[in-house]
Design a protein around this ligand. Sequence first.
Ligand SMILES: C[S@@+](CC[C@H](N)C(=O)[O-])C[C@H]1O[C@@H](n2cnc3c(N)ncnc32)[C@H](O)[C@@H]1O
Length: 343
Amino acid sequence: MSNTFTMVGGEGPNSYQQHSKYQGALLEAAKEKINEAISTKLDIDLTPSLVNIADFGCSTGPNTFAAVQTIVDAVENKYQKDIEFQVFFNDSSNNDFNTLFNTLPPSRRYFATGVPGSFFGRVLPKNSFHVGVSSYSLHFVSKIPKGIKDRNSPVWNKDIHCTGFSKKVANLYRDQYKIDVGSFLNARAQELVSGGLLLLLGSCLPNGVLMSETVNGMMIDFIGSSLDEMAKQGLIDQEKLDTFKLPIYLAHADELKGIIEENKCFTTELFESIRHAKGEYPLDPEYLMLTFKVTVGGTVASQFGQDVMEKTFELVKEKTQEMLPQIAKAKPGMQYLIVLRKN
Ligand SMILES: C[S@@+](CC[C@H](N)C(=O)[O-])C[C@H]1O[C@@H](n2cnc3c(N)ncnc32)[C@H](O)[C@@H]1O
């Protein structure tokens, strides 16, 4: 499933490239902390004078370019010498790598390489990168847990994601997430040089908060209820919808912390909640709808077709408009920056 869950490609008005400012805001807000972490915690051998940077789950840009530039600047600032940089851009093989390469910043000071493949396994040679980053990519699971898609199963989930209301469903998603993040960390631990850093950024849930109590959860609930309406109108098959589940799991902060600690391959140098420059999402139905259309829309289109996807997101926008007062009262989610150092 993760192989089909890519962002909407291209540079058009409905592309991830045009509507990923929410994700980009976290990188901007975390810039100073990243600079500080590289300045004080990175401890690598610079002979030869080459630093390899890797971005896991890079999508098309521009956020990946911002992340890489922050790292390049911080490394140059720390070592104050001529360094050559090689950047490995990793994502699933069906990511729009053409757009990524066509829009590489012309003034970049690094060589660029595409690395297709799932980051839940090894995608680079052993000891091959010095600083890695993964931003808004670690809330995916590699597969939907067993039973969740099966109408006849006691753990069938009628919702399209893990809302948090069913403990049994949440536990199954959490178990899969634990396996996947463990695999991600084990793979990175082999690929990262000793003394190198892995920077993780993204969204999780504050402890005790349910997914559907946050704006992220509410927006996915609106996508689910819009798809329900499409099924009622006979535009999509109800049985197909019953098995349609998103491979997304936002962990609670303590769950994520626990998984990293249990893994033991890294020392946690920083685990911090970062506030976006603009706080939570702006209360703008068009902005909210588009932010989710460019992330989830591709998967909806691959299951139900482009027309259904377009109609679904028109409904999502209407629902978002109607529900603005509830969205305004949503519980805040949590954005994090985690800095891990290879032991
Ligand atoms: C929300 S985008 C984040 C893109 C970018 N890092 C940013 O901060 O804007 C998540 C990316 O993770 C990628 N992804 C999800 N699962 C993956 C996997 N198993 N292996 C590699 N990439 C994956 C998706 O294809 C997508 O491009």
